[in-house]
Unconditional design. Structure first.
Length: 309
């Protein structure tokens, strides 16, 4: 694989839900050897340390049940700028932090793509669709709203305006198995590609993913990949506060990452929802590091691909 300039960006976001612990995620990835694993693949790796959120004021129009909206809005502003700046010089990897960090990372990636005149695409690897708005989420947890925000849904009072909403048809969700009624109804009315675990059981994971990657390539798109720990079955990755049985196996997850690598399309990556407080001797952190390495070139045997042959 062609060596890349990879920028590790710590995003200890812990405001997207009321269960604490994800703020320890960035250092868990570092301890598990993420930088070393990527350098072993020949990449140039820099670690910019951990970000902090911009100050923000609560907006009175935000529903009162929403948890920590001002802090999450501050993180969104910080991360959008960090993503846009980093993409100008390399491939950023955002070390989360809960999934609300993607409100900023995806918005910033879309801003950069717009500067280049390229369409932005998003691959969402998650048990949940995260398509809520602050008004539709029953839990009040904003880690369930990133795709709602970046597609331009209304109701994000006090958050930075989304300058370049990601078109619905440019989003693919893989691994769904926990979607509530309001979210399901909204999702079914969109052009988002969504694939639950039944589709994966029936068709395998490579068919829907391959079709989406072909579409990204045909459009000359930039691809942001957002990997949630709960994409994986909790028997392999227990360190997440939103465990849902029946997720992707280790082999399925590595196949996804290897296909992403083969495509040569990924321009930015989120690693989110790791809660080291819930882990078993660092097992989940190591799994996530291994998956990131697969996305960036780790192989058992090299083989010719369309991107690199």
């Amino acid at each position: 694989m062609t060596p890349k300039d990879i920028i590790l960006i710590g995003a200890p976001v812990d405001s997207g839900k009321d269960r604490r612990g994800c703020l320890m995620g960035p250092d868990a990835y570092r301890t598990a050897g993420l930088a070393e694993a990527l350098m072993d693949l020949g990449h140039r790796v820099s670690d910019t340390g951990n970000l902090t959120p911009q100050p923000a004021t609560p907006d009175p129009a935000m529903p009162p049940h929403v948890y920590a909206p001002a802090q999450t809005a501050g993180w969104t502003a910080t991360l959008a700028k960090a993503a846009q700046d980093a993409l100008a010089t390399g491939l950023p990897v955002f070390l989360g932090g809960d999934h609300s960090l993607s409100l900023g990372s995806v918005a910033g990636a879309a801003n950069h793509a717009a500067v280049l005149g390229r369409p932005q695409f998003v691959l969402w690897l998650d048990a949940h669709s995260d398509f809520h708005t602050p008004q539709t989420t029953a839990s009040g947890n904003l880690h369930g709203t990133p795709l709602g925000y970046v597609t331009g849904r209304a109701g994000f009072h006090g958050f930075p305006p989304v300058a370049h909403p990601v078109p619905e048809q440019n989003i693919c969700i893989l691994g769904l198995r926990s979607v509530d009624a309001a979210e399901r109804e909204a999702l079914q009315a969109t052009q988002i590609r969504y694939h639950d675990m039944r589709v994966i059981d029936e068709q395998g994971i490579s068919r829907p993913l391959g079709a989406f990657l072909d579409h990204v390539a045909a459009e000359g798109g930039a691809l942001h990949v957002s990997l949630d720990v709960d994409f994986l079955d909790p028997s392999f990755a227990p360190a997440v506060g939103t465990t849902v049985p029946g997720g992707a196996t280790i082999r399925e997850a590595h196949l996804v990452m290897e296909m992403i690598c083969d495509s040569g399309l990924m321009t930015s990556l989120d690693l989110v929802e790791l809660n080291p407080f819930l882990d078993d001797r660092g097992r989940t952190a190591q799994v996530m590091v291994d998956l990131a390495a697969s996305a960036l070139g780790r192989r058992v045997f090299d083989r010719p691909t369309l991107a690199y042959s």
